[in-house]
Design a protein around this ligand. Structure first.
Ligand code: ZN
Length: 102
């Protein structure tokens, strides 16, 4: 059996850790790009929803426990969200305005 010295073992371990670190760096970059893409898609979806479905379904979505605000759109909502509420308030106001002044 070949004797491996402690130094050699440490060097091998160092190489393994370097590889792992490089992999982590790669995965971090991939995660960043996925998150960025996600954000763009959410923004797009939120704009389309607002245009396509209007106030009723947005307030329904909010009541079902999802964010309808720009930043967290369609994510699960654990508690009341001020952004969502101010958005609903504005949309409701605009919807009311449109009904009153066609
Ligand atoms: Zn929200």
């Amino acid at each position: 059996m070949i004797q491996v010295s402690l130094t050699e073992e440490l060097l091998a371990l160092e190489e393994t850790l370097k590889d792992a670190l490089a992999q982590i760096e790669k995965m971090k970059l991939a995660a960043e790009s996925v998150e960025e893409q996600n954000k763009i898609l959410r923004e797009k979806l939120s704009t389309e929803r607002i245009r396509g479905e209007g106030f009723e379904s947005l307030s329904q979505l909010y009541n079902e426990g999802y964010h309808i605000c720009h930043d967290y759109f369609a994510q699960r909502r654990e508690e009341a969200c001020l952004f969502c509420l101010s958005f609903l308030y504005e949309e409701g106001y605009n919807a009311g305005e449109k009904k009153n002044n066609p």
